[in-house]
Write a protein that binds this ligand. Structure first.
Ligand code: P5A
Length: 440
C-alpha cells in the first residue's frame, strides 16, 4: 500500500474527548471514527487490525471444532418472548418496529436465535455435541458507553453456542472453549486470566471472564500471581480428549482469581501476601454454562439413547473483537505510539522513503516494496512528499513492527536501515539483505 494513495487520516492534535491511551491512539491514527454516541466506523487502518484479530479468533474456534455460520443483527421479539428475556432484558435492548408494526430488536446476543436454529434441525443425540459460532455486530444501549470501542453501544462479538445431551458433555464443551480462549488471547499477544464471574442476564451458575490486567480496566479483580507463569495449551492440543482438556481447566482454575462481584475476601487473604494481585482489568471474553435455561422453554430437545426426549444442555462463549483492539493497545504502546504484536499489526513492514523524488531513493524503495509484497508481506510504503521527521513520527505512531528506512546517504553505499519498533534497535544492511530478512 502506497501511503500517498491510502486513506489514513492522522490527527495532529490529541483528541480531547479521549480519556485513555488506546482511545487517544485509535483516534489519532485514524483507525476509528465515532458516528454517534458509542457507534463507530472502522477506517482502513483499524479495519486491517480488526480483520487480523478476527482471523486468529476464527482459526482457534475452528481448531477446537466449532463451526461458523452467520446470523442476522435484527431479531424478532417473538423468540425472546419464548425464553422470557424480552421483558427481562430491560433498557439495554434496542427495540424497533417494522412497517407491519411487528416488534423487532437489534440483537444484544443470540442464545434465542441459535436455539431456534438448533430445534428446527437437530432431533437426535447422535448429532451432538455441536458448537456453532458467528462473528457479528451486537447492540446494547449501555448507560455509559466510553473509551471508544472499549465499551461501545454497537460492537462486534464472536459468540459461540454449544449443545450437548448431558451436563457432563456440556462441561467438556466448556473446557474446549476455555482452552481455545487461552490460545486465542496468547496469539493476540495478551495474557488473559480466567476468573470466576457473575453471569448477569445470560444466566446459569458457571462462568469465567477472561481478563487482561490493565490500569485503565473497568473491572476490579483479585488473583494469585502464579497466573503469569502458567503454560498456554499448545497447537497440538487434542480437543477430543476430555481428560487433557480437563487438566488444562483444572490447572488454570487451581489458584484464586475472581472479579469484584464474586470476590471472596477470606479466600484471597489465605494467599501469602507477596503472591496477591489486586488490580484492574479489561474483560475481553466471557464463557457460560447455563444448562437448559433456553432449551427447556423453547423446546430444543433431542432423542437420547434411552429413546426419550431430553432438553439439551447449552453454553455460550463470547469474545469482543472491537474491545480487543483497544485492549491490545493498552497492553502495548509507548510515548511515541502503538507497538503492535506481529500477529495483528496492520502492516508487517513500513518502507520509509526519506527523500521522495530522489531517483536513487525512489528506485530502492520500489525494489523493496515490490519484493516484500511479492513475498506475501503486508507492506506500507511511505512515499509521501513529507519531511523525514514526519514520516518517522507516523511510522512510530501507527506501530508497524519493522521500519525499513531508505535515505540518500546510506543508499549511495547500497544500504538501508532496519529499525525494530518495539526495541528501537537499528541495523544497517544492504537492500538485498533487508529483503531476505523480511521476506519471511
Ligand atoms: C456469550 C456469547 C454474552 O453475551 N452470549 C453470547 C454471551 N456474553 S457477554 O459477556 O455479555 O459479552 C461477551 C463479550 O463481548 C464483549 N462486549 C463488549 N465489547 C464492547 N462494547 C461493549 N459494550 C461490550 N459488551 C460486551 C466483551 O468482550 C464480552 O466479554
Amino acid at each position: 500500500m502506497r501511503l500517498s494513495r491510502y486513506f489514513m487520516p492522522i490527527l495532529k492534535e490529541n483528541p480531547k474527548e479521549a480519556e485513555i491511551v488506546s482511545h487517544r491512539l485509535m483516534l489519532r491514527t485514524g483507525m476509528i471514527r465515532q458516528q454517534s454516541q458509542g457507534i463507530y466506523s472502522w477506517l482502513p487502518l483499524g479495519k486491517r487490525v480488526l480483520d487480523k484479530v478476527n482471523k486468529i479468533i476464527r482459526e482457534e474456534q475452528n481448531r477446537s471444532g466449532a463451526i461458523e455460520l452467520s446470523m442476522p443483527t435484527l431479531q424478532s421479539a417473538e423468540l425472546w418472548q419464548e425464553s422470557g428475556r424480552y421483558d427481562a432484558y430491560g433498557k439495554e435492548m434496542l427495540r424497533i418496529r417494522d412497517r407491519q408494526d411487528r416488534p423487532m430488536l437489534y440483537g444484544p446476543t443470540n442464545e434465542e436465535m441459535i436455539t431456534d436454529i438448533f430445534r428446527s434441525y437437530i432431533k437426535s443425540y447422535k448429532d451432538l455435541p455441536l458448537n456453532l459460532y458467528h462473528i457479528q455486530l451486537k447492540f446494547r444501549d449501555e448507560i455509559r458507553p466510553r473509551f471508544g470501542t472499549m465499551r461501545s453501544r454497537e460492537f462486534m462479538m464472536k459468540d459461540a453456542y454449544s449443545f450437548d445431551l448431558t451436563q457432563e458433555g456440556a462441561v467438556q464443551s466448556y473446557n474446549k472453549m476455555f482452552a481455545a480462549y487461552l490460545r486465542t488471547f496468547n496469539r493476540l499477544g495478551l495474557r488473559a486470566i480466567p476468573m470466576r464471574a457473575d453471569t448477569g442476564p445470560i444466566g446459569g451458575n458457571l462462568s469465567h471472564e477472561f481478563i487482561i490486567l490493565a490500569d485503565t480496566g473497568e473491572s476490579e479483580v483479585f488473583c494469585h500471581k502464579d497466573f503469569v507463569n502458567f503454560d498456554i495449551p499448545g497447537e497440538d492440543t487434542n480437543f477430543d480428549d476430555a481428560a487433557s482438556l480437563k487438566s488444562i481447566f483444572d490447572k488454570w482454575t487451581s489458584v484464586y482469581a475472581a472479579t469484584s462481584e464474586m470476590h471472596d475476601e477470606a479466600a484471597f487473604n489465605a494467599i501469602p501476601e507477596g503472591d496477591r494481585l489486586s488490580a484492574r482489568g479489561i474483560e475481553v471474553g466471557h464463557i457460560f454454562y447455563f444448562g437448559t435455561k433456553y432449551s427447556e422453554p423453547m423446546g430444543a430437545k433431542v432423542q437420547g439413547p434411552d429413546g426419550k426426549e431430553h432438553a439439551v444442555h447449552m453454553g455460550s462463549y463470547g469474545i469482543g473483537p472491537t474491545r480487543l483492539v483497544p485492549a491490545i493497545i493498552e497492553a502495548s504502546h509507548d510515548e511515541n505510539g502503538i507497538i503492535w504484536p506481529e500477529s495483528v499489526a496492520p502492516f508487517d513492514v513500513v518502507v520509509i522513503n526519506m527523500k521522495a523524488g530522489d531517483q536513487v531513493c525512489d528506485d530502492a524503495c520500489e525494489t523493496v516494496y515490490a519484493a516484500l509484497s511479492k513475498a506475501g508481506r503486508d507492506v506500507l510504503y511511505d512515499d509521501r512528499d513529507e519531511r523525514a521527521g514526519t514520516k518517522f513520527a507516523t511510522a512510530d505512531l501507527i506501530g508497524v513492527p519493522v521500519q525499513i528506512i531508505v535515505g540518500p546517504r546510506s543508499i549511495a553505499g547500497g544500504e538501508v536501515e532496519v529499525k525494530d519498533r518495539k526495541t528501537g534497535a537499528r541495523e544497517t544492511m544492504t537492500v538485498d539483505a533487508a529483503i531476505k530478512r523480511l521476506a519471511g
